[in-house]
Design a protein around this ligand. Structure first.
Ligand code: NAG
Length: 351
């Protein structure tokens, strides 16, 4: 039987986060949420005015759902979503954005495109400003959490697929630098980035967004998988504990810009929670290291909160996961995709 597997399908298997668990009630809800996302918000290969990096995140959620639900409904989304944006991505000097795109392509089995966008990000690696890490954008004047955390995860994922040692080295170098950079606050959560006052590096006390805590978790799982470094697990658990402790209300994730009465979150912000929950699931599937069922339980609880609080028309979800809406909830392509991320992640757990 194995001889009938083509090289292409083997490559696809190798690039999968390899999810085996399945909690069907969440898979069913994710299938509906995805159908609504695509039928309502996806036109002409894009999601309205939404930034292309969010389209990459959406594509990642949808590709994972395809595998989880045993369908191939969304396998072509990746091939249309960047058509209009390729020039901007290639030349925009946005070194976090191109990494979301790299991950989406790799998850869809397109290694060449994944490497192309990873290589663009790699041009941002510099010892200027605090000795290492990646600059956020082409101005080369800011080093932040998301760009560097994504590089840890993208490098780990590319190493997993290619076994090219340079990727593992890049992961380790960037993680060592990030750990020592001071970007993590005293509450165990990463702030937005570093400030540069007269050449002195310090935590800028910028907003602690949820995705600043989630984006590096898969990278830490790959570090553990390939080096047996137990401290990668300790670090990931500590970060997830800090999320649970510091970023939830009523057990549901809350983005710092959220309240029940007034929305201060833009389309980017509304995307973050779904990434964080889905990347927690990615961490668990690669590392195999939950603490009992602590983190898988948290992931499923987020899907429950989405279905309890982020409700609207059936199968459509707002950005507010942690309490009843009192005027602030907003239903957008971003909030829908973020809920989808949580539902897919929950569908990847054992229930
Ligand atoms: C595992 O989770 C339990 C329950 O929350 C906690 O008490 C314990 O400290 C955790 N273990 C580690 C090593 O974090």
């Amino acid at each position: 039987m194995f001889s009938t597997l083509s090289a292409a399908s083997l490559a696809l298997l190798a690039s999968s986060p390899l999810v085996s668990a399945k909690c069907q009630k969440y898979v069913d809800a994710a299938v509906t949420a995805a159908a609504n996302l695509q039928s309502t918000y996806f036109t002409n290969g894009g999601y309205g005015s939404q930034q292309p990096w969010i389209g990459a995140v959406d594509s990642f959620h949808l590709t994972e759902l395809d595998d989880l639900a045993g369908i191939s409904t969304y396998s072509d989304v990746i091939n249309t979503v960047f058509t209009a944006w390729e020039g901007q991505l290639d030349n925009g000097n946005s070194y976090d954005d191109v990494q979301w795109v790299s991950i989406a392509y790799l998850r869809a089995g397109n290694l060449a495109q994944a490497q192309k966008y990873y290589d663009i990000a790699s041009t941002a690696v510099s010892t200027d400003y605090y000795g290492g890490g990646l600059f956020w954008n082409g101005n080369h004047d800011y080093k932040n959490a998301i760009t560097n955390e994504l590089y840890i995860t993208t490098s780990g994922y590319l190493y997993d697929v290619t076994k090219n040692g340079q990727y593992l080295t890049n992961l380790q170098t960037t993680w060592s630098w990030l750990k020592a950079s001071g970007m993590m606050g005293s509450n165990g959560l990463f702030n937005d980035g570093l400030s540069n006052v007269n050449g002195v590096c310090s935590n800028n006390q910028g907003t602690q967004w949820t995705y600043n805590q989630g984006a590096l978790l898969p990278g830490l799982a790959y570090l553990y998988k390939y080096t047996n470094d137990e401290s990668a697990i300790t670090s990931a658990w500590a970060i997830m504990d800090a999320i649970i402790m510091g970023m939830t209300v009523n057990g549901g994730l809350r983005e710092p810009c959220e309240s029940t009465t007034a929305n201060a979150c833009n389309a980017d912000h509304q995307t973050f929670k779904g990434i964080t929950v889905h990347y927690m699931s990615w961490f668990l599937s690669v590392s195999g290291r939950d603490n009992g069922s602590k983190y898988s339980g948290f992931i499923m609880a987020q899907a429950d909160k989405v279905q309890q609080f982020a409700v609207g028309p059936a199968g459509f979800y707002s950005n507010l996961w942690y309490d009843s809406n009192a005027g602030a909830a907003t239903w957008t392509a971003s909030s829908q995709a973020s809920a989808l991320g949580a539902l897919v992640a929950a569908g990847q757990q054992t229930c």
